[in-house]
Write a protein that binds this ligand. Structure first.
Ligand code: 0RQ
Length: 504
């Protein structure tokens, strides 16, 4: 037995993942830890998947509902989806196998703002929580839990579950102790919820450990398996251009006196463009930056090392293998500059609005009027989910969306007459950036926005067709506020589905 279980009372509950998986019954709702490939249980999900596979081979029905913090990993989401084991999934996923099962109808998926998930669970909208399966770094002498590389919805799942299985993971650094800030009063549903007392990114308002009711613990599994730490791709030319426009824009905002010299706290999505932005910040003029965000990625660790990033608040890591190693070796040092919070605090609209967070997220497509689709491909298919992008976008000081101007080798324009699904409305979207340029939409009316988005952001191959659409819409529309020709507004998507390209 590892030395990570320091409470005698917990020791007797240690068992194998196979024995723990045998506890689960068909139809159970399970709340898993895990957020962007960090802090998910590593050995229980594959053991459960195997059990489900065997049950299906015997002709028995066996599916569960899988709730998490956000995305997990192939050995978690992927393994359970592979055996058709997931009837219902929430609130965010990005696994290719799970995505395929959502899109072929096997899995119901409820795509929920991450900050809303704990509320919905607490109110019972997703049903009773039969089981929580939570990865932790250690169990203290007092029987409290030291969280691991993500917190996500763990506080809620531990509170609400009828039973709990813990995975104690020795791969997670003991130095993480003290990095977490678990705030409990937010679990009180309105009207009993007090104001959130965060006024600055690094404020600590909770405890470094999570409480747990020992009587609910039905199994403890030990492991030393690493998080899903995927290496980042080299920064491509388009990502660097997009990052350049965004950083120039921030500098102009400082010059105009609308931002302080160290900027407002930054939120950044994950992926290549976000990494290019962070790399740009490393070389840029801004000092003493702060980040109130969801995920700590490589670029932020570099910024901390350089002294440019003073403090970062998030709910999880999403690191490459080398950065994860660096974090594990120096977690106690980084704990002075990083605060990991439950996701209803990291993504809390009250804190985001109060501190004037600047949000920057990826998108699938935007339309000429500034509505943004982050989740759907050609009307019906789910890509990943809204994640925290809505929590930040609507409440941001100003919100930015970034994307290459085309997808699938140019067959798809990311700027379209009408988005095939709306995640972020024109009212919430301040700035759009592609490798073609940046459109600052603040204060503009829809027809003014259309001109700016087409001229600044659309790919040259699609600019003239977009101008033609605008002309047509002006003749066919029943009003000139947001002119559309409803017969052809989604015609580009239809053409892609029929011919494989949006081009005529
Ligand atoms: O498809 O994988 O089949 O090649 O979408 O696109 O260009 O690799 O971009 O990885 O940055 O993802 C919006 C999905 C962008 C992401 C989205 C296809 C493209 C490719 C991925 P392939 P890229 P990214 C906080 C904020 C919501 C959650 C969020 C996301 C695939 O940013 O999930 O913001 N956002 N969270 O080919 C059809 C288009 C397309 C398109 C791209 N217009 N039409 N397909 N693709 N544009 C962070 C967290 O929540 C952790």
């Amino acid at each position: 037995m590892s030395g990570r279980i320091r409470s005698e009372a917990f020791k007797s509950k240690v068992m194998s993942a196979v024995d723990a998986a045998a506890i689960v019954e068909n139809g159970w709702n399970i709340g898993f830890s895990g957020f962007t490939g960090a802090g998910y249980p590593k050995v229980f999900p594959p053991a459960l998947a195997e059990r489900i596979r065997e049950a299906h081979a015997r002709g028995e029905e066996f599916m569960v509902s899988s709730w998490t913090g956000a995305s997990t990993a192939p050995e978690h989401d992927g393994a359970l989806a592979e055996v058709d084991g997931v009837r219902f999934r929430a609130p965010y996923q990005s696994d290719p196998v799970q995505r395929a099962k959502i899109n072929d109808g096997t899995t119901y998926y409820s795509d929920i703002h991450l900050s809303h998930m704990p509320n919905l669970v607490a109110q019972g909208f997703l049903g009773d929580l039969d089981l929580a399966v939570i990865e932790v770094t250690a169990i203290t002498e007092d029987g409290e839990l030291v969280p691991s590389s993500s917190i996500g919805a763990n506080r809620t799942y531990i509170e609400k579950a009828k039973r709990i299985i813990l995975e104690v993971n020795e791969w997670q650094s003991e130095g993480l102790f003290g990095m977490h800030d678990v705030y409990y009063p937010i679990g009180n549903l309105p009207p009993h919820r007090p104001p959130l007392p965060i006024t600055s990114t690094g404020d600590r308002i909770g405890t470094p450990t999570m409480k747990i009711d020992l009587d609910k613990v039905v199994a403890i599994i030990e492991t030393d398996a690493p998080d899903r730490n995927t290496p980042f791709k080299d920064l491509d030319e388009d990502s660097l251009k997009i990052a350049g426009y965004f950083l120039d824009f921030l500098a102009a905002e400082v010059k105009a006196g609308r931002l302080p010299e160290n900027l407002n706290p930054l939120q950044s999505g994950v992926g290549n463009i976000a990494n290019a932005v962070l790399a740009g910040l490393l070389e840029g003029p801004f000092e003493n930056i702060t980040s109130y965000t969801e995920v700590i990625q490589d670029g932020m660790v570099d910024l901390i090392d350089s002294g440019k990033l003073a403090v970062a608040s998030a709910t999880a890591f999403s690191l490459s293998p080398t950065a994860a190693e660096r974090m594990n070796d120096n977690a106690a040092h980084y704990a002075k500059k990083i605060v990991l919070r439950p996701m209803d605090v990291s993504n809390n609209p009250e804190a985001i609005r109060r501190m004037g967070v600047i949000s920057c997220n990826g998108m699938i497509e935007a339309d000429i009027y500034g509505n943004v689709n982050s989740t759907h491909v050609m009307g019906s298919r789910m890509q990943n989910g809204i994640g925290g992008s809505g929590d930040f976008t609507r409440n941001a000081f100003f919100s930015c969306f970034v994307s290459p101007s085309t997808a699938k080798g140019g067959a798809i324009s990311a700027i379209v007459p009408m988005v095939n699904h709306v995640d972020h409305t024109e009212h919430d979207v301040s700035v759009i950036v592609t490798e073609q340029g940046l459109a600052d939409l603040r204060g503009l009316a829809p027809r003014q926005r259309a001109e700016k988005i087409i001229e600044n952001c659309a790919h040259p191959d699609y600019r003239e067709p977009l101008r033609e659409y605008v002309k047509l819409a002006h003749t066919k529309a029943n009003g000139m506020h947001t002119p559309h020709d409803l017969r052809t507004a989604l015609g580009w998507h239809v053409r892609f589905l029929e011919t494989g390209t949006m081009k005529e």
